[in-house]
Design a protein around this ligand. Structure first.
Ligand code: FAD
Length: 443
């Protein structure tokens, strides 16, 4: 727990972001313990829904449905406890500034966010309201910053070095939901109309704390965790990996809750390489979260954290072919169509298509990362941009750029062609470019 003043604040404001849950939310718990009245806020930003720097939107339909389901469930949970969730469709800095002025809020709480943009919002609020109490908690990571045996600026340069240190640390126990949430006597207009998602969106997972918890229990009910490592690289198959990512990204479940369930499983079934590997993968997530905190806006720079000069051009036609699954590579097409249809792609699929984007198509990796941001149901700013940097050779990989041999990957992970058949009927464009460098049609 962070050391902070325990004096009671009159009116606190809790800002929900990627922590859409009541249980194991240390920031929410602190707000409940330290405030007499509490305003609970969720903001959807209009800017999420229009194309940004790289032609992609910050929020795509699959994830929006998942998030919206999660917000609705949170609202119902709060109503059952006699509380309301204030929902705004506007910039959070604007919304919070208005609430502070209107209701004399004297303390603001949130879970710490790894994204640079989200950090800037927090700083803006702090400089606009320097006399308020601001408290951030590490509710979405395995460890709290103060547990780390190094200064953030001295984050180990590779995952392996980080892992060796992190494995010595105790994961904090998951906490219960607050026993009571301070009511608010204030009459606040509760809810704004949020954008609807298109009717064709049929998610493979449902957002919300209850469905996240249910999925967590289900996964550990059988013996999947004891075989995880053998099958985690498969391109398809719901139970071949945990599928915790979407709930983790929206914060419907916490990584500490996953570790608690895993520890319980290991106590009953025994520990093996596979069960350990789930923790290992969560350490990757952890590494990228601290990496994002450490490097701030460098996470989004073309030369990455290494400031490496990259000579790429922009080929709109190649970019479009990759996004829509119309490249000359059937495996890439199948993966990209799976991604657009479901919002999900296996880890191996993500590595293969990202490598193709950088190596075969010679495109600026940031366009690929931004397309993933729009498409992924489990988009997580730190994990996505960190993995893309890693594959593009501008991140935390001591080995430099990764190049996956598409033909080899296909024979290894789709030897019978069933994955390609399922997602793309084996279609592929006959060539990479239809126009030359001067935009003339290729003969
Ligand atoms: C280019 C690229 C982009 C990615 N973008 C995202 C993203 O936006 N959001 C996201 O959650 N994951 C991302 N990943 C990581 C990984 O592909 C997904 O976490 C995983 O496929 C989700 O499925 P799962 O929950 O079944 O994973 P499992 O294999 O069951 O792993 C368990 C958990 O460990 C973590 N994890 C697994 N693999 C990684 C990894 N390579 N890096 C960091 N953490 C990992 C996730 O939290 C995951 O839920 C990306 C990977 C690549 C190569």
């Amino acid at each position: 727990m962070k050391s902070e003043t325990l004096s009671m604040h009159q009116i606190g404001l809790f800002w929900f972001q990627q922590d859409l849950r009541l249980s194991d939310n240390s920031a929410l718990l602190a707000a409940c313990q330290q405030c007499k009245q509490l305003i609970l806020l969720y903001c959807a930003e209009p800017g999420w829904f229009s194309p940004g720097h790289y032609h992609s939107k910050r929020m795509g339909s699959q994830r929006w449905r998942f998030v919206l389901d999660s917000v609705q469930e949170l609202r119902q949970q709060l109503e059952q406890r006699g509380q309301q969730l204030v929902i705004r469709y506007q910039s959070p800095v604007q919304a919070i500034s208005e609430l502070i002025s209107q209701y004399r809020v004297d303390a603001i709480y949130r879970s710490r966010q790894p994204g640079f943009y989200e950090q800037q919002q927090w700083q803006k609020l702090q400089s606009r309201f320097p006399y308020l109490h601001f408290a951030e908690h590490d509710s979405n990571t395995l460890f709290e910053q103060q547990q780390l045996p190094f200064l953030l600026q001295q984050l180990p340069a590779s995952f392996s070095q980080f892992r060796k240190l992190a494995e010595q640390l105790a994961v904090l126990p998951a906490q219960h939901a607050p026993a009571s949430i301070p009511a608010s006597q204030l009459r606040i207009q509760a809810s704004a109309d949020l954008p609807a998602y298109p009717h064709w969106v049929k998610p493979m997972m449902h957002g919300g704390e209850a469905s996240g918890q249910y999925h967590l229990q289900q996964y550990f009910k059988g013996n999947l965790a004891s075989h995880y490592k053998e099958v985690r690289n498969e391109l398809d198959g719901f139970s071949n990996s945990t599928k915790f990512s979407a709930w983790l990204a929206a914060g419907c479940i916490s990584p500490r809750q996953v570790i608690a369930a895993l520890t319980h499983y290991e106590a009953q079934h025994g520990r093996n390489d596979s069960s350990y590997w789930i923790y290992f993968e969560l350490l990757w997530r952890e590494y990228f979260h601290w990496y994002a905190h450490c490097y701030g806006k460098q996470l989004f720079l073309k030369g990455g954290i290494k400031n490496r000069p990259l000579h790429t051009s922009f080929y709109p036609q190649r970019f479009q072919a990759w996004c829509t699954g119309n490249t000359p590579y059937p495996l890439i097409n199948a993966c990209m169509r799976q991604l657009t249809t479901t919002g999900y792609l296996s880890n191996r699929g993500r590595q293969i298509v990202a490598s193709c984007f950088v190596n075969e198509l010679q495109l600026d990796w940031r366009y690929g990362a931004a397309w993933f941001e729009q498409q992924l149901i489990d988009y997580d700013v730190a994990v996505n941009w960190g993995n893309w940097q890693y594959l593009a050779g501008v991140g935390a990989d001591p080995r430099g750029q990764r190049h996956f041999d598409i033909a080899k990957q296909q024979s290894r992970f789709d030897a019978d062609g069933s994955f390609i058949e399922r997602w793309s009927n084996g279609t592929a464009s006959s060539r990479l470019d239809w126009v030359d460098a001067a935009d003339w049609p290729c003969s």
